[in-house]
Design a protein around this ligand. Structure first.
Ligand code: C2E
Ligand code: MG
Ligand code: MG
Ligand code: MG
Length: 282
């Protein structure tokens, strides 16, 4: 009888929820415990200077390795973590872990590599952000100038006045600011000019189609826009020698992408630093 009731119960829920909801509920409860269960780690993708060919920095990218579900891509859980408010503790963990790693690599003699960390919209608006960033720097001993925080167009364009104030506070700490996925969102050039940012990152969708006229024109325009605003420009998602040649030819400053390296585990990144691996000359 009890068993039947239990089954009836299950059926009730199952019929009133679609598979997506159930899957989502499962992911939600798993995500809630992922941090304390040590299921997150970071990978680091090298960023290279196009003129010198040298590794000048790295972007920290969050990885979730679940014991049963396997590896879950950030695109499948960052949004959920954001909705659940979990992105705040997760984001703090990312900041502290990445800053500690960057500092360790400096102390190991690998030069002043710049560390880029993605911020989510909710983190950006969080009251405690400034304190969290200052705390991560103080705890790890990483100089603020070596940390770059990646924002997106929607984050800074949503409420320009508030965003400008937050950016100014972050700049006062001494960190660098970049606009990630540039070109995919809506940016007002009038505002962009006044934002205290340092870097534009060209979104990989434009880079991947760089051999097509339209995208080539967009990439050239972003590079010259960045330079006329005295910003550095980084291309992401560089996968082919043709894309690299185009970016070099048009004066792009830095790049990251599978052509040189995928995001790497800590030990793989260290191996690359030890080898003194460089981008092939033009
Ligand atoms: P993003 O910040 O634009 O990061 C770049 C993404 O492009 C990464 O995907 C990276 O692995 C991928 N990528 C790099 N080079 C290439 C390439 O040559 N070809 C292709 N096809 N892809 C390339 P990933 O790691 O899956 O991250 C996806 C997004 O998730 C990130 O996009 C970022 O928006 C978000 N994310 C990742 N880590 C964090 C984090 O710690 N915090 C927050 N808030 N968001 C994060
Ligand atoms: Mg990014
Ligand atoms: Mg991003
Ligand atoms: Mg991006």
């Amino acid at each position: 009888r009890a068993k039947e009731q239990g089954r009836g119960h299950w059926q009730f829920y199952a019929s009133s929820m679609n598979a997506g909801t159930l899957e989502r509920l499962g992911l939600e409860s798993e995500l809630r415990h992922a941090l304390e269960r040590g299921q997150f780690h970071l990978e680091y993708q090298p960023q290279l200077d196009l003129a010198s060919g040298k590794v000048v920095g790295m972007e920290a990218l969050l990885r979730w390795q679940h014991p049963q579900l396997g590896r879950i891509a950030p695109a499948s859980f960052i949004g959920l973590a954001e909705e659940m408010g979990l992105i705040i503790p997760i984001g703090d963990w990312v900041l502290r872990t990445a800053c500690a790693q960057a500092r360790a690599w400096q102390l190991a003699g690998h030069g002043p590599l710049r560390l880029a960390v993605n911020l989510s919209a909710r983190q950006f608006k969080q009251r405690n952000l400034l304190h969290a960033v200052a705390q991560a720097l103080a705890e790890t001993g990483l100089a603020a100038a070596h940390l770059e925080l990646e924002l997106t167009e929607s984050m800074v364009m949503h409420d320009v006045e508030q965003a400008t104030a937050i950016m100014a506070n972050l700049k006062a700490l001494g960190v660098q600011l970049s606009i990630d996925d540039f070109g995919t969102g809506y940016s007002s050039l009038a505002y962009l000019r006044h934002f205290p940012i340092d870097v534009l990152k060209i979104d990989k969708t434009f880079v991947s189609d760089i051999t097509h006229d339209d995208d080539a024109a967009i990439v050239r325009a972003i590079i010259s826009l960045a330079h006329s605003l005295r910003l550095k420009v980084i291309a992401e998602g560089v996968e082919t020698p043709q894309q690299l040649a185009f970016l070099r030819q048009h004066g792009c400053d830095q790049m990251q992408g599978y052509l040189f390296s995928r995001p790497l585990t800590v030990s793989a990144f260290e191996a690359l630093l030890h080898e003194g691996s460089m981008l092939a000359a033009a």
